[in-house]
Each structure stands twice: as structure tokens, then as C-alpha cells.
Design a protein around this ligand. Structure first.
Ligand code: TEU
Ligand code: CA
Length: 543
């Protein structure tokens, strides 16, 4: 496979609102990111994906955009954005923007024009349908944030379609004028020198509403190919699609280079494996065998065509160590184990802010302490349907998006050093012990572990391009695999349980002097037929 710069990149996702506040209004800002560039450079990441910072009424924390070419005042100005791109660039760090084009805000001028006048050229930028004869919605399609996907608009007497909140009307991608407007906006950002795009819920833009098709519609891939041609195709950018509905087959359609669509996609099979019947509000305990089956399948299926993105968490998901590791006595050890497991796989790793210090989920006392629109909507809906409020709070503690959104924990100081004011969402009380300052002082911290893994990836091409093979695949609690090319062979072994485990190793690993690349207990220098792992122990060795 021809090498692209994003093959050996390590991406760090910033949720700007919760990263670092420089003016005391309790909201993280672009200047805050600029101030922390040295930290990110020290960590070794070379791409920053920013969750949306555009002008927005913030109904969904910026995933509802009212002006794609302006910065929300709470985050700063376009001059700040330019400075961020330049200063990051000087450190060899590229900025990837979040591209939210399945929908806009209801305050976007396009939607405002559409609302005023059925004859406006912008009317057809959105999806409008007449009511049924009895006045009810055109169909029973539901919104991902709960309730109907149709909202009655009394002024022009039609319903409009919204897959997220009613303040996030869906754009009509059957209208070529929408393509042109979006492509123009994308080129405007490309000209500013950004490093790429993360394409929000991109698998929804090929929807065919009247046929009940939303995800993976027949027009999706032609639309992406047209977007690629009109915008980033010849620009060598990183493009990553958010695709909840992707199987490996589908992921190859997006990311096989000869198809000229995207660099890679985020798949979510390892996430939904922890949900009962695809419902995040019915979390089930981690099934290590199922998790392994999913991750290994993706490694194997995208081995020769397409490219994986590797992630444990993001701004919509619980904290990695709380979901896949152990956030009590084994927090440090299991966080290192998760990092090693993921970063030595084939693909581009993504680190979500705070993951590098093993920040954990939070449990606020009341639903009123939660800000996230999805959490609040579903709490009300499910409780109204008869779910016991205590049970629903348990689900919120497990899977609410606010778990990921509590402010970044910088130091053991008021508000975790995130702000001089009152943070928009309370800090996790465990900041007194879990914070960047403390992790920086200790070379045995999770933070240093991430830094080492990032260095390894730069040092050994086998980590980026080597082949993948499972080891003792049937083991119910240990995830073990090999990576190899013509010069190196790496073995990664991780115990995903709080019990001791034993693994049987392939003979070609036995009785050899080995280089220990990564470990969270004692370094491993030599192996015999079986290896006994402590709870959450993991290591990587190379021959
Ligand atoms: O997320 C898409 C999405 O479907 C999520 O809302 C997801 O279903 C849910 O959180 C899973 O638990 C993207 C963004 O990442 C998210 O922050 C936005 O709210 C959403 O799109 C709408 O733009
Ligand atoms: Ca601020």
C-alpha cells in the first residue's frame, strides 16, 4: 500500500468547551488550546481533531452550526483560529475540523430563509413534507435524540425532518445546490491550511426519506466521491467519517484508496457490543471474547484494503478506562493495558482528551446536573415509559455523553486548573489525584505510557504497516496478537480481567532474548510456553 502521512499519524481529539479556559467564563477556548500546544507536542501527537468551534446556538454543544465560516464567540475569533493553525503547524501538528453537514442549526441563515418563504431557493436545502390528512407527521421515523424526526412548522404549514434535535434540521442532499454550498465552505477551510476533516454522521447523507432509508443510502458513496473530487481529493488531507452503521465491507467502500472517498472511518461495533439490543441506555457488562472478536475481525478484514481508525472513546462515549478497563484499584494498570492493546494494532490511533491520564466516568447526584441534550431527553422519555429512575441513573452513569465532557483535569487546584471561573459542567471530583501535573511528575504514569507508545509507532514501521495475526484467539479474557514484517515481529498480550490468567504462546517466541517495548508490571525479557498474567497485566515484546 502506498504510504500516506496519516497512516503513521496519532490523532488527539479536543472537545474545546472542556479543554482549557483562558478568560474565566468557564468555557474552554481556542486560546486555551494554543496554550496547551507545548503539552500536546511533548506527548507526541501530530494531529488535533477539534469538535465544532463554529458559530452555534449550542443546542448540541456546537454540532448545530449557524455559520460554518465563523467561530463561536465563547471559543474565540477567526484570528485565534488562524493563530492556532499556524502555531500548531510550526510544531508539526495539523488541525482537523469537525464537518457537520448532515444538518445545520435552525439559526443558520439557510434555514431561516427556508422558514420564511416556501419559494426561497433555500427552502429545498432542507427536507419538507406535508402532514397526513389527519395532521400527523408524514411517517413514524424517530429522531436519534428521542421523539419524532418530524417537526411541524406552522408558518409554511409543513413538517421538516431532523434526525437529531428539532434545532438541527437535516440538509437535503438530494439538492445539488446543497452540494455546491458545502463544497465551497469546505474549500474555504482547506484554503486556511487545515489538515483535514472528521465528517460527522456522514453515513446519513445518502438518506431516502420516503423509502425509510437513513443510514448507508444508495446515494451515499457517489456523494462522497463527488465531495472528494470537488474538495480534498488532490490535497493530501486526513478525512475520517463517523459511520455508526459500518461493517468491514462498508468501511472498505469508504476507505479503499482507489475509490477516492475518505482516508478512514470510525466504526462502532466494539462500542455497541457493550449495549443490549443496540440501546445505549441498557448497558451490559464487557464481554472480552466478543470485544476481541470485533476488533480482530476489523484488523483482518481491512488488512489489504482500506484503513482502520483505532479508538476506545470520544466525546459521545464513556471514558475508556471506566468502560473497558477498571476505574478502581486497577485504574493505572488497566489504562496502560488498553493503550498498549490499541496503539500496537494496525490503523491510526485516536486519543480523546484526558484518556492519556486515565480520566474516569463521573456520577453527578441528579439528572439536573447533566447538560447533554441526549442524556436529558432520554432520561425523561424512559422514565415516562416506566423505567425506574434509579435504573435510568445507573445507565446515565455508564453511558452518558457527559462522562467524556467533564473538564480536562490539569492540576490539583480549584476546578482542576481548567478555569478561574465556574466550569460549564462540574469537574470530576477525582481531579485531586487524577491530573496532568501529577502525571507529568511521575515517569511511571499513564501519560508517560502513552508518550512511549507514540514514540514506538514513529520508530518501528512494523507497528504502522506490519501484518496482524491473533494469538490463542479462543482465550476468554486475554487479548493477544502479533504484528510482523520482514524485519520485526511483535507480540502483544493483554489481560482484560481482574483475575490472574495464563496464556500459551507460540513456540517461535520461546527461549529468545526479546526487546520489551511496553509493559505495565515488570518488563518481559524472555518467554516460556505459558505466561502467567497478573490482573490487567499487559506487555509487548519484539524479536
Ligand atoms: O454523533 C452521532 C450520533 O449518532 C451520536 O449522537 C450517537 O448516536 C450517540 O451519542 C451515541 O450514544 C455525532 C456527534 O459526534 C455528536 O456529538 C452529535 O450530537 C451528533 O452527531 C449530531 O451532530
Ligand atoms: Ca473561555
Amino acid at each position: 500500500m502506498q504510504n500516506a502521512w496519516w497512516h503513521d499519524a496519532v490523532v488527539y481529539q479536543i472537545y474545546p468547551r472542556s479543554f482549557y479556559d483562558t478568560n474565566g467564563d468557564g468555557i474552554g477556548d481556542l486560546n486555551g488550546i494554543i496554550e496547551k500546544l507545548d503539552y500536546l507536542h511533548w506527548l507526541g501527537v501530530n494531529v488535533l481533531w477539534l469538535s465544532p468551534v463554529y458559530q452555534s446556538p449550542m443546542d448540541d454543544n456546537g454540532y448545530d452550526i449557524s455559520d460554518y465560516c465563523a467561530i463561536a464567540p465563547e471559543f474565540g475569533t477567526m484570528e485565534d483560529m488562524t493563530r492556532l493553525i499556524d502555531k500548531a503547524g510550526a510544531l508539526g501538528i495539523k488541525i482537523v475540523m469537525d464537518l457537520v453537514v448532515n444538518h445545520t442549526s435552525d439559526e443558520h441563515p439557510w434555514f431561516q430563509a427556508a422558514l420564511q418563504d416556501k419559494k426561497s431557493p433555500y427552502r429545498d436545502f432542507y427536507i419538507w413534507r406535508d402532514a397526513k390528512p389527519d395532521g400527523s407527521a408524514p411517517d413514524d421515523q424517530g429522531s436519534i435524540f428521542g421523539g419524532s424526526a418530524w417537526q411541524w412548522e406552522p408558518n409554511t404549514e409543513q413538517y421538516y425532518f431532523h434526525l437529531f434535535s428539532k434545532r438541527q434540521p437535516d440538509l437535503n442532499w438530494e439538492n445539488p445546490a446543497v452540494h455546491d454550498a458545502v463544497h465551497k465552505m469546505m474549500n474555504w477551510w482547506i484554503d486556511k491550511g487545515i489538515g483535514g476533516f472528521r465528517l460527522d454522521v456522514i453515513d446519513l447523507i445518502g438518506k431516502e426519506i420516503d423509502k425509510g432509508i437513513t443510514g448507508n443510502g444508495p446515494r451515499l458513496h457517489p456523494l462522497l466521491q463527488a465531495m472528494n473530487r470537488a474538495t480534498f481529493g488532490d490535497k493530501d488531507l486526513l478525512t475520517v467519517g463517523e459511520t455508526w452503521g459500518a461493517t468491514p465491507e462498508i468501511a472498505k467502500l469508504y476507505s479503499a484508496p482507489e475509490r477516492n472517498e475518505l482516508s478512514m472511518v470510525f466504526q462502532f461495533e466494539h462500542i455497541t457490543a457493550t449495549w443490549k439490543d443496540g440501546d445505549k441506555w441498557q448497558p451490559v457488562p464487557l464481554d472480552v471474547a466478543a470485544l476481541k472478536q470485533v476488533l480482530f475481525k476489523w484488523q483482518q478484514e481491512l488488512a489489504d484494503s482500506g484503513w482502520n481508525s483505532l479508538f476506545w472513546n470520544n466525546h459521545d462515549l464513556p471514558r475508556a478506562v471506566s468502560k473497558f478497563g477498571h476505574d478502581g484499584q486497577y485504574r493505572t494498570r488497566s489504562a496502560k493495558m488498553l493503550a498498549t492493546t490499541l496503539h500496537l494494532m494496525k490503523g491510526t490511533p485516536y486519543i480523546y482528551q484526558g484518556e492519556e491520564i486515565a480520566m474516569t466516568n463521573v456520577a453527578f447526584p441528579s439528572i439536573d446536573d447533566y447538560q447533554d441534550i441526549e442524556t436529558r431527553n432520554f432520561y425523561d422519555l424512559r422514565v415516562a415509559e416506566g423505567v425506574d429512575p434509579d435504573n435510568m441513573m445507573e445507565a446515565v452513569y455508564q453511558n452518558s455523553r457527559d462522562n467524556a465532557r467533564t473538564p480536562m483535569q490539569w492540576e490539583n487546584a480549584p476546578q482542576a486548573g481548567f478555569t478561574q471561573g465556574t466550569p460549564w459542567l462540574p469537574v470530576n471530583p477525582n481531579y485531586t489525584t487524577i491530573n496532568v501535573a501529577r502525571a507529568t511528575e511521575n515517569s511511571g504514569s499513564v501519560l508517560y505510557h502513552y508518550r512511549e507508545l507514540i514514540k514506538l509507532r514513529k520508530q518501528y514501521p512494523v507497528i504502522v504497516h506490519g501484518q496482524f495475526a491473533p494469538v490463542e484467539e479462543s482465550h476468554p479474557n486475554v487479548m493477544a496478537y502479533e504484528r510482523f514484517d520482514d524485519t520485526h515481529r511483535i507480540l502483544v498480550v493483554s489481560n482484560f480481567s481482574e483475575e490472574k490468567q495464563t496464556i500459551t504462546l507460540p513456540t517461535h517466541w520461546l527461549d529468545k532474548a526479546l526487546t520489551c517495548l511496553s509493559y505495565n508490571m515488570d518488563p518481559v525479557k524472555q518467554l516460556s510456553t505459558t505466561y502467567k498474567l497478573a490482573p490487567y497485566e499487559s506487555f509487548a515484546v519484539m524479536q
